[in-house]
Structure formats: C-alpha cells, structure tokens
Design a protein around this ligand. Structure first.
Ligand code: PLP
Length: 791
C-alpha cells in the first residue's frame, strides 16, 4: 500500500553511471544537476519506514536483476506536507501530480474491480464496478541493463458503466455512484478511518490493490503460456508487506474457484504456497482488524471464503491437538482463529440465554432483599448484545501465508514467541527473519558524494556501491591520520550544507563547530522524542547553573528534530510543540549562544533525510526496548559514519554487534525488563529520579510556551496505570541512564581523533545493512527466484 520513493532523477542518472556526463550536459544549458534535481517533486506515497523499505527493496531487486515488481496505488495526494506555524504542526495536501509526473507511463492494462452486491449461486454479483488502470514507473538497477516496474493502480469509471439513464432521469446520486467511488478511491494515502465511511474507503483501497494485482499476476501467468495451474506456486510469489494487502489471499481463492473453476482444496493448496507475509509491528493495538459486518457489505463473497478458511483452520487445530484440555484448546483457537467475537446463530442464542439467566438470578436476589425490607436500586434494563465480530488480518496472513517473517533478529523472535506464539508452536517452519536494509546507492553513494569519494579513494575501488563487504577495508585504516583528515573534511562540507538548509527553513543560525545531534523519524510516543527533548532541558538547566569556566568546557551541540505527527495524534503534536517551544527559549538565550541550539526542521521527507543524514555526527534511536521492529534510518546514519545513541531494540542490536560495543552508545533497559518495569509502576513502587522530576517541574513552571500548554502531555508520564497514562513507554525509567550516556557522548566528542575512528568503523561495518543482502535472502529463502539479467 505504500512506497516512499522520494525523487528519481539523481538516482536514475546515478544508476546509469552517467552523473558526470549528465551534469556537464546540463551545465552547457545553464543549469546545475543539483538545482535541476531540486525541482522534482518528492513521490511521498508512504508514511515512513515501511514505505521507504519498499522503495529500497525495488532498487535492490532491479540491481540484482531479479524478476520481481512492486504493486501499489497511485494516490492523487501523497503524505501531507507539514508546516510549523507558531510552533505548531499544520497539515497541507501534497498535490504531487500538480505539474505532471514525467516518469510514469499510463498503460492500456485495466481490470474490473467490484464492490458491494451479493452472492448468487455461489458467485459474486457486485453492486458497483470500477476499473483499475496501470501506471508504470521505471526502477533502474545500478549498472544493469534492466529496469523493473513500480506498477501503481488508479481508479477510473468505464464509460459503459456510467449510468447515463439515471443521469438523464436527473437521479445524479445514482448516476454518479461509480464516478464518486472511483475519484475517492485513490484520493489520499491512508484516509482517516475513525468513521464507518472512512473505514469502508480504506478497505476498498486495500481490496482494489489486491484485486488488480492478483488479476495482473494471473493474466501474466497465462500470457506466458502456462496452462498447468499446479505450476502457479513455482512461478509466482506474492509478498505481503504488512497486513494491508491481506485480501490478496481470499481474492486469489475467489478467482481460482469462481473464475477458473477449481475446487476448494486445490485452490487452497495453491494459495497457501503462493502468498507470504512480513510483519512490521508487534504492538497489539496496531494489528489490523476490520468489522465483519462492514466487510460483508463491501465484499460478500470474500467473507464467505474467509469464514470457510476460519472453520477449516479450527478443525485442523482440533485435529492437531487431540490431547489438549478443552480450556487449552479454546484458548488456542481464540488466539489464532481469524474471526474474533464471532458466533454462529446457535452460539449467539446460547450466550443470550446465559446472559438472561444471569440477569434473572440478579433480579431474584434483589427481590429477596426487597422482601426482607431492604432498600434496593433496580438498574435500567439494557438489551444484551454480542460484541461486534472482527476480521483479524494478521491471523489470516499467518494461516494463508507459507512464510512469516519479522524485520530484525530481535523482532522476529518476538513475533514467533510472543505476538504469534501459538502459530509459532503450530508451524515453527513458517517463521523466518529478514533483517531490513537500505540501498547504499541512494543512502550513501548519491546522497553523500563527498564521503563516497573519500571511501573510493581509500579502498581503491567503487565496487563497494554494490559489494558493501568491501567497506570493511576501511577498518584497518580507521586510525590513519590522512584518512581521518579527509573524512572530517567531508563531514564538515556536509554540515555546512545542512546548516544552510536549517537557516533557510527555520531561521536559526547554527555553528558547524558544534556536534550535529539528530533525531528524524515519525513522531510517536514509542520512539520517545520526549526522552530526547527532556534530556535537552536537563542539559540546559545544568548549563544555566554553571560558572563561565565550567561552561567553557561544554561540548556544543546542534540538536535537530524532524518528523510528521499523524494528523489526529494529539500527543505526538504536543511533542512537536514542546520541541519548538524549547527551541524558542534556548536559541535566544545569550548566556547559551552556540553551546546549544534546538531546531525542528519542517516537512521531513526523503530529500530532507538525504541532506540531514550526511551531516550527522550523533543520531538517536531510542525507542522503548521491544517496540521498534527494526528501524532503517539507523542503518542510513551508520553508513554515513554517524555514531548512534540507542536502546537494544530493532536493528540497533545487530548494528551494535557489527560496529562493536565501543562504537555504540548504549543505554536503557532491555526487552525482558520492560513488562516488570510496567508492573513495578502499576504497583506504585517506582520512584522517578530527582533529575527527571526536576525537568517535569521546569516544563510545568511555564518556562517554555504558554502556562499549562503541556499539562496533557505530561499527564501521560504521570499516574500509574493504563495506556496513555503511567508512562507506558518508560521515559522516566530510562531517563537516568539516557542522560548519563549523553554525558559520555559529550566527553567522547572532545577527542576528535577517537571520534573519527569510531565514525570510520561505523561505515566500515555497515555492509550487512545493504538492502541487496536483505533482498537476496527474500529471493533465496522465500521466493525461490534467481537473477535473470537482460542479455
Ligand atoms: C528511512 C526513513 C524513515 C524511517 O525512519 P526510522 O527512523 O527507521 O523510523 C522514515 N521516513 C523517511 C523519509 C525515511 O527516509
């Protein structure tokens, strides 16, 4: 559902190996490559890491000459543009197609997509029909002759489906039904789904992606002359990037049975060898569920299929565990089945009878009390109703997928042993790990030509651009004064470019002699931007209390934040506001000057990342242990010689193993300690560190922003219980070790030779996080495909 492509020009020219020639040609026309590239709109059809991962994967697939494509939707508006007005986030539509998109090619390929309607004689008769139309964007591989496609579907109304009769009869609502549906379908990436209409739209988008893509895949299978359906799993693998494309499984079943005439068992055997699932989150509240009632209205035939998959799965669990106690069996089925709160009519009547009996008993007891002369209060009669049944998409993925993978070693373990524990016991062979990666073309070679030429010169070849294991040759040179000098010069050049951008976008002048300390990612409580800004407040308070001599000893820092908050996520927006409010005070404090600057750069996107990451010296990846599946910006920073301060979470664990503990600033509790820490808090046994309490008090005192402005934000860190209360993400718990670790960072930065050595080692051992490695593992361990170079 998401591709966060960013700009294509620099990447396309670079992958063709024509950067120099293209740049010269532009100069003869009076332009520079940089300025020309800067005119291109960012293709922002994704929210963050998940969509950017898909974009890196496409680059690696093309570079490795693998026969694979990306499928998605051609949203008219990408992820919103973020502006900061009076320190507060404002959202504006991103009309990225406004001036046209020179890369895409509209194809004649179209497929009908049905919605609503009913099932007649076992087949679906949709009540509304639109067409999905293919737009292809070429994805060139690095120095290959090959281009793969990113195929994005747009929704259109077929002329013959336009209801002219109703229009002429002036029934515009009816005549425009398909037209309206089509124009809404691809309007925006992730429409708000707070209402039923919003949910229906979002689910329709998912279905359109799945139906069009599955139809396209099967059409190509036939076009290539395949007539033997049993070959389908050999020829095709469908990788579902999270649960958003789960409907691909029931859609494949529907087409194989209702259009190709297969029986259930044959279709099911093929489907379960064709689709595979990547999990991207372990937070239970983020696992996708849809109301069964809504799905039944929108996709009646698919719901029949899902119900049967569910029934057969339950039967197979019963058969697999003949010795389990009834309670254990019920628990297992409850955890794994697709439908939640679902009851057959008989079960519903039984539940109703049980509720009625309980009520009767209660009334009898009250009557007895009343008879004994006691005063009794009779509550209002409430009609008993069953909880709304839901379709759990991740469970459907686990049941229909032949492989289930997480995206970093620690995450894959949590997925197998906790999130999908019962599936892990039932089908251990399905579970895999595929640690994420990023493309070294975009994220090092092209975004940081300064460091790239230093690397190429040092190791004597530019083949590291694909063979990132070659970067290890930098390891033995890490102490070399000549290399260190060039390394630092490249970093300085990038810091100057970044400082220019920061001044242009925020008006704040920053010193390039200060350490560039960066946290850029979606704003989320679990990512703990709050921990970062509270650490900054602590440091500011400390500096204010220092003598001038002590102050002269402080390591100067420029603290840069960037990231978008989901438009309705109030707590995240308050965190943005706290950062800008702290910046307003600190940046204008003459006592502090260049010792500390705090800036929030607006509208974080791929291009901004390409400017910030090469300039970074320290970056923060400080999520509560066990909450960040992998993270990928940590890998981009590492490649660019940036040191990381982080928790043992996601891919940080593996990055630390690669660079060595001496080159990673580790703090915070570990994943197994998280639940006990929450329990300690809930039991009222946690005493926050006085330095944390002091920061809370500073914020409450109204030094930053308006008095009371952050009360609701701080509320989440207070109290003892519940989600959104009682410091669920353990900011207070990790605060002491965080600020102590930051002191170590400041001390380490003073020894520039040692720091540069660590920086070189970071890049040297970043080879594992090349997305070519990740994709090679998907290709061999899941998809079973081999490179197919264009001759
Ligand atoms: C890499 C990237 C992300 C992912 O960042 P994390 O820190 O791993 O969450 C998000 N947005 C953009 C624009 C990126 O380039």
């Amino acid at each position: 559902m998401e591709y966060l492509q960013g700009r294509a020009l620099t990447n396309a020219v670079g992958n063709l190996g024509l950067t120099g020639e293209y740049s010269d040609a532009l100069r003869t026309l009076g332009y520079t490559l940089e300025d020309t590239a800067g005119v291109e709109r960012n293709m922002g059809l994704g929210n963050g890491g998940l969509g950017r991962l898909a974009a890196c994967f496409l680059d690696s697939i093309a570079t490795l000459d693998l026969p694979a494509w990306g499928y998605g939707l051609r949203y008219k508006y990408g992820l919103f543009k973020q502006a900061i007005e009076d320190g507060v986030q404002k959202e504006y539509a991103d009309d990225w197609l406004e001036v046209g998109n020179p890369w895409e090619m509209k194809r004649e390929t179209q497929y009908p997509i049905g919605f609503y309607g009913e099932v007649v004689d076992g087949k679906w008769v949709p009540g509304a029909n639109i067409r999905a139309v293919a737009y292809d964007s070429p994805i060139p591989g690095y120095k290959t002759k090959n281009c793969i496609s990113l195929r994005l579907w747009d929704a259109e109304v077929a002329p013959k489906e336009f209801d002219l009769a109703s229009f002429n009869a002036c029934d515009y609502d009816k005549s425009m039904r398909e037209t309206n549906l089509a124009s809404q379908l691809c309007a925006v990436l992730y429409p708000g789904d707070a209402t039923r209409e919003g949910k229906a739209l979002r689910l329709s988008q998912q279905y359109m992606l799945c139906s069009a893509s599955v139809q396209d895949i099967l059409a190509r299978f036939k076009e290539r002359g395949n007539t033997d359906w049993s070959k389908l799993p050999e020829k095709v693998a469908i990788q579902m990037n999270d649960t958003h494309p789960t409907l691909a499984a029931p859609e494949l079943m529907r087409i194989l049975m209702d259009q190709e005439g297969m029986d259930w068992d044959t279709a099911w055997a093929l489907t379960t060898k064709t689709v595979a699932y990547t999990n991207h989150t372990v937070m239970p509240e983020a696992l996708e569920k849809w109301p069964l009632e809504l799905m039944t209205e929108l996709l009646p035939r698919h719901v029949e299929i899902i119900k049967r998959i569910d029934e057969e799965f339950i039967a197979s669990v019963k058969a697999t565990y003949p010795k389990a106690t009834p309670e254990e069996l019920e628990r297992k089925i409850g955890a794994m089945r697709i439908l939640e709160n679902y009851m057959t009519p008989a079960e519903e009547l039984k539940a109703k009878a049980k509720a009625a009996a309980a009520k009767a008993a209660k009334l009898e007891a009250l009557a007895a009390k009343a008879a004994a002369g006691e005063e009794v209060a009779v509550e209002d009669d409430e009609e008993w109703s069953a909880p709304a049944p839901m379709v759990r998409m991740a469970n459907l993925c686990c049941i229909s997928g032949f492989a289930i993978n997480g995206v970093a070693a620690i995450h894959s373990e949590i997925v197998r042993t906790f999130t999908f524990k019962d599936f892990g016991e039932l089908w251990p062979e399905k579970f895999q790990n595929k640690t994420n990666g990023v493309t070294p073309r975009r994220w090092l070679a092209f975004c940081n030509p300064q460091l790239s030429s230093v690397i190429t010169e040092a190791i004597g070849t530019d083949e590291w651009v694909t063979d990132t294991a070659l970067l290890e040759k930098l390891g033995p040179l890490a102490k070399d004064p000549e290399l260190q000098k060039k390394w630092r010069a490249a970093k300085q050049e990038r810091k100057a470019l970044c400082a220019k951008m920061v001044e242009e976008t925020t008006g704040v002048k920053v010193s390039t002699d200060a350490m560039f300390d960066i946290q850029i990612k979606r704003i989320h409580e679990y990512k703990r931007q709050l921990l970062n800004i509270m650490g900054i407040i602590h440091r500011y308070n400390e500096m204010k209390a220092m003598s001038p001599e002590e102050r002269a000893n402080v390591t100067p820092r420029v603290c840069i934040f960037g990231g978008k908050a989901y438009a309705t996520y109030l707590q995240a927006k308050r965190i943005v506001r706290l950062v800008t409010a702290v910046g307003e005070v600190v940046n204008n404090d003459p006592e502090i000057g260049d010792l500390l600057k705090v800036v929030f750069v607006p509208d974080y996107n791929v291009s901004l990342a390409e400017t910030l990451i090469p300039a970074s010296e320290l970056s923060q990846h400080i999520s509560t242990a066990g909450t960040e599946a992998s993270g990928t910006s940590n890998m981009k920073f590492q490649m660019n010689g940036c040191l990381i301060i982080g928790t043992l979470d996601g891919a940080n664990v593996e990055i630390r193993e690669c660079v060595g503990e001496d080159n990673f600033f580790l703090f915070g509790i570990e994943e197994p300690e998280v639940e006990p820490a929450r329990a300690e808090r809930a039991a009222g046994k946690f005493e926050p560190d006085p330095r944390f309490t002091a920061v809370m008090d500073t914020i409450k005192s109204g030094v930053f922003g308006k008095p009371g402005e952050f009360d609701e934000l701080l509320w989440s860190l207070e109290g003892n219980e519940g989600f959104g209360r009682g410091d669920y993400f353990l900011v207070a718990k990790d605060f002491p070790s965080y600020i102590e670790c930051q002191d170590k960072v400041s001390a380490a930065y003073k020894d520039q030779d040692a720091w540069t050595e660590s920086s070189i080692i970071s890049t040297a051992f970043s080879g594992k996080f090349n997305s070519d490695r990740t994709i090679d593992q998907y290709a061999t361990e899941i998809w079973d495909i081999k490179p197919l170079p264009v001759p």
